[in-house]
Design a protein around this ligand. Structure first.
Ligand SMILES: [Zn+2]
Length: 256
């Protein structure tokens, strides 16, 4: 059972608020969070990176990065160095981002996993370099554009103070693991199509509904002259992932 209260005794020997916040959130994560990508009951902390709080599954090696908030962002998430994030995203080695929301008293309000397969170059936006007076002048960070991620990529582990059923969470997460083996460009097409499908806000739709959005696809991929072929191909991939069912005659149904 997930315990949704942090162990405040962990922070007793730390003075600074940022250190206390770090040990409390890390301590909670280690004791309560299971691997979403496989059936492992817990994940381990990695010691390699001291800047970000990273975890890895001892069984399947899936990686997680923990970010703690009192109110989590929805539109845009501040992340680390742009160059290293875009490199990891392109190589398909970015971690799943775990957004932890806690109350003033350190009760867990929510935990949302941003699926690593949904992190594609389109989602990572370069920030302006730090000014000449900054300690790290010229350093370039990035924002993760959460508003460019289809709802399927945001998986609630805890929502409104309630732990979600483990089997359901893992099913929703693992559905998209096959994307992990594809290139960033291939994933980008599939995820853009998924976002467009979700944007229709309909339980069923027709191919012509997506063809009507051809200009938006072409804007994202200016070099591609076969957008309609690409859309049909992506719909097949989404069907294979279990997101859509083909009803025949260019009609599709969204599976929830
Ligand atoms: Zn695992």
């Amino acid at each position: 059972m997930m315990n949704l209260t942090c162990d405040l005794s962990l922070a007793a020997k730390y003075q600074s608020h940022s250190q206390q916040a770090r040990v409390l959130s890390e301590g909670w994560f280690l004791r309560n969070v299971y691997c979403l990508a496989c059936d492992a009951d817990s994940v381990k902390q990695t010691s390699a990176n001291t800047k970000a709080t990273d975890f890895v599954c001892p069984k399947c090696s899936h990686r997680y990065e923990l970010k703690t908030f009192q109110r989590r962002p929805h539109g845009s998430l501040v992340d680390g160095a742009y160059a290293s994030m875009i490199q990891r995203v392109t190589a398909g080695t970015a971690p799943t981002l775990c957004l932890l929301e806690r109350t003033e008293e350190w009760r867990i309000r929510s935990l949302t996993a941003i699926h690593s397969s949904f992190l594609v170059p389109d989602v990572v936006v370069e920030r302006p370099p730090l000014g000449p007076n900054a300690r790290r002048a010229g350093w370039v960070g990035c924002n993760i554009r959460l508003d460019r991620i289809a709802i399927d990529g945001e998986i609630a582990v805890v929502a409104q103070g309630v732990a979600q059923p483990v089997a359901e969470v893992r099913k929703r997460f693992q559905r998209f693991l096959p994307l992990a083996g594809k290139s960033a460009d291939q994933r980008g097409w599939t995820l853009l199509t998924l976002r467009m499908v979700r944007g229709l806000r309909k339980p069923a739709f027709a191919l012509r509904d997506l063809y009507a959005l051809e200009a938006e696809f072409a804007r994202a991929y200016p070099g591609n002259r076969h957008v309609r072929d690409k859309i049909r191909q992506q719909l097949q991939i989404l069907r294979d992932l279990g997101v859509l069912a083909f009803e025949g005659r260019g009609e599709y149904r969204v599976i929830d």
